[in-house]
Design a protein around this ligand. Structure first.
Ligand SMILES: Nc1ncnc2c1ncn2[C@@H]1O[C@H](COP(=O)(O)OP(=O)(O)OP(=O)(O)O)[C@@H](O)[C@H]1O
Length: 408
């Protein structure tokens, strides 16, 4: 399959896509006919009591001195302590920071899944207050926002196709036939044409996340909010998913805000927001050349994955290098490290000869692969996100996010 490139890339968009006629597995085609009309997108008819829906493109998301305190029994847990940030339309923002630093809380507030305790939040020009009507927020989520979480959150009893159809059915604006057509198109764009009728448990993690992305796109959102979307994926699937997301950002201009612990992903962004103790500690601008170079490397990595997959498919008896799933684990060691708070999701842990455990951050996918190949028998890599200690906390968060995402 081939990515069909859009010619009219905006000025701020990197030109790495323009250079080549790339062979790709995905087809993020900005010329695809969207069933939702432009006028519909601009004026979502929601609660008329709310404020006008015009917004400054430099502030598609705007947080001003936002505080959030959760009530836990009689105690208050302060998650955000005066966060201010403006996000431009079409930007790709990553949020990095310490565990418990408030990243997910900030994302949930941007996604109207949570309301601020204090401060001003504007999403597409709409002011969100602690008193804002839940019905209005549900409508805003359904029409303007798409969500992709680490744990995929697909409905297990529905096929890939039905999962993607769901938000469009909830919105209730398109005919049944159009919904089906659009869902097939979205899944085809992410390389899942042959998986339409598979149930989530019949799909790999990477494939499930691609279904989630298609579902998030189904109502043509202006903003995608991504909470560790690659946290449960291996390197290859991470590359595929990032490639899809970046294509959507660059070619379709969808604004993206992505929480991640994976520092290797930070240079795909336009800006990186660092959170510590509920505050924005720093905002780093990624120079355009650096971003473009990283996008180019990603493109190469995806091409290489695709080629080796093709080769693998051709060899009936292909034996290969161990992949992450084949590698053994020593859970105790890693949990100890995790408990000290030294590791985060999607950073990789190295355990050599059962003696030395060390932590390293990924320096690039190519290097990762080489290291695995050279030391495959002796060195083990595991994403901390795969360990129960992380999964427990993440499951709680994921459940809350999943319930609220489609709450009406
Ligand atoms: N629903 C909730 N109820 C009570 N406390 C919460 C809730 N959600 C988050 N918190 C608390 O708010 C603080 C910030 O949590 P948050 O999940 O936003 O941090 P984070 O930076 O995303 O963390 P991590 O990197 O570990 O996922 C933490 O102390 C957390 O325990």
């Amino acid at each position: 399959m081939e990515i069909q490139l859009q010619e009219n890339l905006s000025q701020q968009q990197p030109n790495y896509h323009k250079k080549k006629e790339s062979t790709e597995i995905f087809n993020i085609n900005s010329n695809n006919q969207d069933n939702y009309s432009q006028s519909y997108q601009v004026s979502t008819n929601t609660d008329s009591k709310e404020e006008p829906r015009f917004y400054d493109p430099n502030k598609i998301i705007s947080l001003k001195n936002v505080h959030k305190t959760y009530l836990l029994g009689v105690e208050g847990v302060t998650a955000l302590r005066g966060v201010s940030v403006d996000i431009k339309e079409g930007e790709f923002i990553t949020i990095l920071g310490t565990s418990g630093g408030g990243k997910t809380t900030m994302l949930n507030i941007m996604g109207t899944i949570d309301k601020p305790t204090k401060g001003d939040v504007f999403i597409c020009g709409q002011k969100i207050k602690s008193t804002t009507d839940d019905k209005f927020l549900a409508s805003l989520r359904l029409t303007k926002l798409g969500f992709v979480f680490q744990t995929f959150n697909l409905i297990q009893s529905l096929t890939a196709l039905e999962n993607v159809e769901l938000p469009m059915i909830l919105r209730g604006e398109l005919s049944r036939d159009t919904i089906r057509e659009r869902a097939i198109d979205l899944l085809t764009q992410v390389g899942l044409k042959e998986r339409l009728n598979h149930f989530p448990n019949q799909l790999s993690g990477g494939e499930q996340q691609r279904v989630t992305i298609s579902r998030a796109l189904s109502n043509n959102p202006k903003i995608l909010l991504l909470d560790e979307p690659t946290g449960d994926l291996d390197t290859k699937s991470t590359d595929y998913v990032m490639k899809i997301l970046l294509d959507l950002n660059i070619k379709k201009g969808i604004t993206m805000v992505m929480v991640t612990h994976d520092v290797a992903l930070k240079n795909y962004a336009n800006r990186v927001v660092r959170m510590i103790d509920g505050k924005v500690n720093a905002i780093e601008v990624i120079p355009t050349e650096k971003r473009e170079e990283n996008l180019r490397l990603l493109e190469e990595a995806v091409q290489s994955h695709t080629q080796s997959q093709l080769q693998k498919d051709q060899q009936s008896n292909g034996s290969g290098v161990s992949n992450h799933k084949d590698l053994g684990v020593r859970t105790g060691v890693v949990q100890q490290v995790a408990l000290k708070g030294f590791v985060h999701l999607n950073e990789e842990i190295e355990i050599q000869d059962g003696q030395n455990e060390g932590q390293r951050q990924k320096n690039g996918n190519q290097q990762n692969h080489q290291h695995l190949q050279q030391n495959g028998s002796k060195t083990e890599y595991r994403k901390p996100g795969e360990y129960p200690i992380f999964q427990f906390a993440k499951q709680r968060k994921a459940q809350e996010q999943a319930i609220k995402q489609f709450q009406h």
